[in-house]
Design a protein around this ligand. Structure first.
Ligand SMILES: [Zn+2]
Length: 107
């Protein structure tokens, strides 16, 4: 979360802004980040920064896997998953680990 605020502050400074009003992020299902915890931490950590009072919008990203055997794409229902098409284990996670800053409103 510190990193997110740092990233946001760097973006804001690059645009010669002095305040951050809104931050939009993409958080993956498998990123290990709890959206509730993130929202709470943001309010606390942002308090003494240029992001104080900023709105945090989070776009959750559903996990997606691709089967190594048949290349089928599917949404895993647990971290250890088998392909629903061919039953092969060990699919590759292609989406769902995101912790990304997607947009910001500054002034
Ligand atoms: Zn498969």
């Amino acid at each position: 979360m510190d990193n997110v605020l740092q990233m946001a502050a760097e973006h804001a400074r690059a645009q010669e802004a002095t305040a951050i009003h809104k931050i939009t992020m993409r958080i993956g299902d498998m990123s290990g980040v709890s959206i509730d915890a993130l929202t709470f931490a943001f309010d606390v950590l942002a308090r003494d920064t240029m992001a104080a009072g900023a709105e945090l919008l989070i776009e959750p990203v559903k996990a997606r896997c691709r089967c190594k055997a048949c290349a089928a794409e599917f949404t895993p229902d647990s971290p250890i998953t088998t392909c629903p098409g061919c039953g092969a284990p060990g699919a590759t996670l292609i989406e769902g680990r995101e912790i990304e800053l997607t947009s910001m409103e500054v002034s």
